[in-house]
Design a binder for this molecule. Sequence first.
Ligand code: SF4
Length: 714
Amino acid sequence: MTEKTLCPYCGVGCGLEVLPPAQPGKSVHRDSEGNPIWQVRGDRAHPSSKGMVCVKGATITESTHKNRLKYPLLRDSLDQPFRRVSWEEALTRLTDEIKKVSLTHGADGICMYGSGQFQTEDYYTAQKLLKGCLGTNNFDANSRLCMSSAVAGYMQSLGSDGPPCCYDDLEQTDCAFLIGTNTADCHPIVFNRLRKHHKRNRDVKMIVVDPRKTKTAEAADLHLAIKPGTDIDLMNGIAHLLLRWGKFESIFIDECTKGFPEFVEVIKQYPPELVARKCGIRIDHLEEAAQYWGDSERVLSLWSMGMNQSSEGTAKVRTLIDLHLMTGNIGKLGAGPFSLTGQPNAMGGREAGGLAHILPGYRVVKNPQHRAAVEQAWGLPEGRINPNPGRDGWDMIRGLETGEVGLFWVAATNPAVSMPDIERTKKALLKSNFTVCQDAYYPTETAGYAHLVLPASQWGEKTGAMTNSERVVTLCPAFRNPPGEAKADWEIFAAVGRRLGFEKEFNFANAAEVYQEFVGLTRDRVCDLSGLSHQRLREEGPIQWPCPEGETETISSGKRLYTNLHFPTADGRANFAGYHSRGLAEPEDENYPYVLTTGRLYGHWHTQTRTGNIPKITKMHPYPELEVHPRDAKKLGLEETKEEIWVEARSRRGKARLRVKITKAIAPGTVFIPMHWGALWADDAEANALTHPESCPSSKQPELKACAVQIIPI
Ligand code: SF4
């Protein structure tokens, strides 16, 4: 039987069809090692991807049976080997540790670091356990490293999180402005849709802003290779020219926004000569970009980590939204600021309250009415939810350093590779009293620092919902059994909750019941999903939110937010911001003369837990390379030869040894390292050995995209 599901890699959220290894009359489908595996193909009926898939989605089943964790493992200290234990012993030990830390440290001594790989039911149950029953907001997710600046920017400018656009806009726009995103490699199917539209329509313009000449930039009409960290200068410079040319929407600005006069005072200070110099681009290229913005009826912006992973990430996102507000490019066909999320269900996590400062239904912990609504829904006494945001991901690492965090519970993610300043992170993990690593795979780098390892079931082995970047919710059904004794993440959280005495709160018979309770908490919110259920998603297929109760028409895509130009702020108006850039937190200097930027590759996914086991992908990207411009290579004495060239990149925090790729794709003065290689996959080639944890004061997202390094030939 064919099962319809969603690709569990990136936030594009492509629909997949999976078929059992054996089909009548056909030979058994096998991976390159001869193991029978489920077959995968794109789901033509899925509204977001229309049958398209990239190499990751197409090969997903080649990895899901490899390196699986099947049983709970326990040890008393990190220098001991693990021993296999029963779930009974594992959960007893875990709940004992929770009780102990609650007494010694208080509830805020407990932290959970989760993942955009969670299904919504996992996210929701974790919020109820931590924020509701245990009384700590110390739940954060790897989305903090991915798109929390987009969340903060949307909330501050538009009054609520939730991308206003949809993928249909990719085929309706006159001008696509891609900033800080290598969409061709990191969100390939979104890029395919945009690229086709761009190729078919000669009048459609594509501007790409990126210090690297990526595949995305190669397809652009205009590539602005700005100096790292000058995004705000560039966008203010574009706004300056639009103001000078009178290319702004005064009626929209007057009726639907506030703060424009103050914004004008800021952008007046960005004449083209200054901006071109700061950004390292030509004045005529800046003017060309402004002209495309000014002359286009519909401008659609796409961005991802290049904007978000910054010590001024929220300011960058808000400055981009300023451009949209100034030109009225929001709430209409083919236009708007569109954040591309990294993880497959980061959006579902945002809906379920899966960051340390938010609650289910796009609520915030600081708002007393929001806390009261959630407490009431959860049947908890008034005041149970802590009024202060919990620890963000990096703050959890700091809490391990100081001893304020007594229990660190990691689920479905690998912070021992993905956190900034990885040596400091590892030292902090070594100090942990008790670390739980809940994962589908073993070994992982983080499991090496765990006391208790819990086997989780994953994609295809548990049923749950996921929401992609364009707010389309897809049910991902279980179609095979989990290995060994693995359980769904939500089941593990619920079992712990029941053992801690919250029988009634976690009395869920299945994931459908969890989802039903969750969607009730979204009623009348911007992300209203109250009309959805597992049954409806199973029968009708993917559905885009908002989908309030009583909404019976199946709308699977094409919906935009704010089409009435009324925003969910106190007065219904969107807020202009107006920022001056502070630049990079750690700019290059005499001792560390290069700016390192990090990023992803087309084939690999995050820390390679899956893709590192897929031969087609490892062949495509066998090892990490440091990209350097020929001019810098010459300065460094790195001559192009047929031999491998190796260098050591050093920052103030650590070092990495890598092969060199000399390429004009990277701007002079900048070098690039991919982020996928942790200690298990390569010796001394970790990008995050070099990065620093300075983060955006508003979104708390670290500046993983830039730090100063020196390059030493070896
Ligand atoms: Fe999966 Fe993203 Fe590739 Fe689509 S674009 S198949 S969601 S990895």
